[in-house]
Design a protein around this ligand. Sequence first.
Ligand code: FAD
Length: 502
Amino acid sequence: TAQQDEQFDVIVLGGGPGGSSVASFVAMQGHSVLLLEKEKFPRHQIGESLLPATTYGICGLLGIRDRIERAGFTRKQGGTFRWGKSPEPWTFRFAENPRVPGGYAFQVERSVFDKMLLDAAREKGVDVREEHAVVRVEQEDGRFSRVRFRDDRGSERTATAKYIVDSEGHRGQTYALVGERVFSQFFQNVALYGYFLDGKRLPAPSSGNILCAAFRDGWFWYIPLSDRLTSVGAVVSREAAQRIQDGPEQAFQSFVDSCPIIAEYLASATRVTEGVYGEFRVRKDYSYCNTRFWKPGLVLIGDAACFIDPVFSSGVHLATYSALLAARSINSCLAGDIDEEEAFEEFEFRYRREFGNFYQFLLSFYDMHQEADSYFWKARKVLNTDEKANDAFIRLVAGASSVDEPAFNHAEDFFRSRQGMGQWLEGMLSNQLAMQVDGLPGQSAPATLEGGPDAEQFMEGFTAEVRQIQTQAMFGHRRARESSVRPQGLIPSTDGFAWQRG
Ligand code: FAD
């Protein structure tokens, strides 16, 4: 009954990177926060390769960057790809000089990293309750305000709040109260992954990089988690994934056998067969986006809201970045400074735009790889994709991108203007326009897409928000006032944890 409700300013559902971050950013403004997490940490999670925006920007804002630096995680200066025309792997680095702020990120065991973020939330005063599972979110008078949950003794209880944040990840249920989850037809892959000891390392200074290698049936990730431990996953089509039914070990080996560089790197490695890393795991990694990200009283962040293909390690960044955006909206509303609709529309616009930028980047990234006679790669050419008929999804991701106004009536128009995107990206990479790339042969001029963005503008859209988080982490109050990202839009407050008028 209502009398037994515990009351909070904010309740956060799920304690992954998204949930812990938003809980901290709200508690740091003095608000009361309850965080419910169904597992007992440390718990396993996939998504081990991070971007500087998270490890430098977000962890800086949380005040735990020194801890992250000292935790012994592998330093990642960038990514190495056997991908595209070049038969040799090529490397991009986050910064020419890895010692500059934000010039590197980390590869993390998520069990360790996620616990560090959850502990930080506790230290900020968040009431963190592990082994507490959300059962249902309920509304009253058209506003979501009550959470029904099962505590660590199995009793059902309730709590109410002014704002509820759904950060339950991809397997939660709550997102459906806010909108519909619409799937991409383009990025419909299945991942099969395991852990290995004593695999080969890339030569220094790239030895901490993620290695991504395309092969006939898809692509591999190879993530060095420590000197000895490597996370290795094959991302393949649904059709190829059917082989897993005959045994994951055999299926994995067949993928390794058709990818020479991974076969070479694993030649003298042994698979971990005990403990938390001792099994092969399968994850469908279909990309999706919710039709809405918030309703009065309830807001979706991280994988609860949207997910995009993992080849560019964007998942934890999108989760923690959306956490910061949602916290700004919540903090502004709790302080009574900004109208709720306005504050949450700003959150949704910026989050959707960041997701859209990754979507467009990844389309061209897939489009750039050629492999004759490969079912997987043929189906992932912009020219051939079934996504052309997927108006619902394209409307959700393409219209909000910073550089692409929705000048198309149907998804088909959108893709027509993007034919040749892979070639264009390959041209950009070889011109070292926005990223530092080694080892790519040729110096052809960057292609400009017919009616599409030019390369520099495209990369600007892709990196602007990332840079913004890092600037906030580095300069805080002292940073320059930002301009809004749309007409009449809001801008971050001077401390960066709320919104103000532009
Ligand atoms: P999660 O990390 O999933 O956390 C959600 C939490 O909510 C969990 O702890 C869960 O126990 C809890 N929860 C769920 N339901 C309930 C409930 N009912 N009650 C209470 N608690 C609940 N990202 C990267 O950045 N780099 C990578 O290299 C990368 N590789 C990937 C590879 C694959 C194959 C896939 C599929 C994803 C990859 N990702 C990667 C994405 C990354 O895993 C996610 O984007 C990220 O974990 C999302 O964080 P989150 O906080 O939204 O959700």
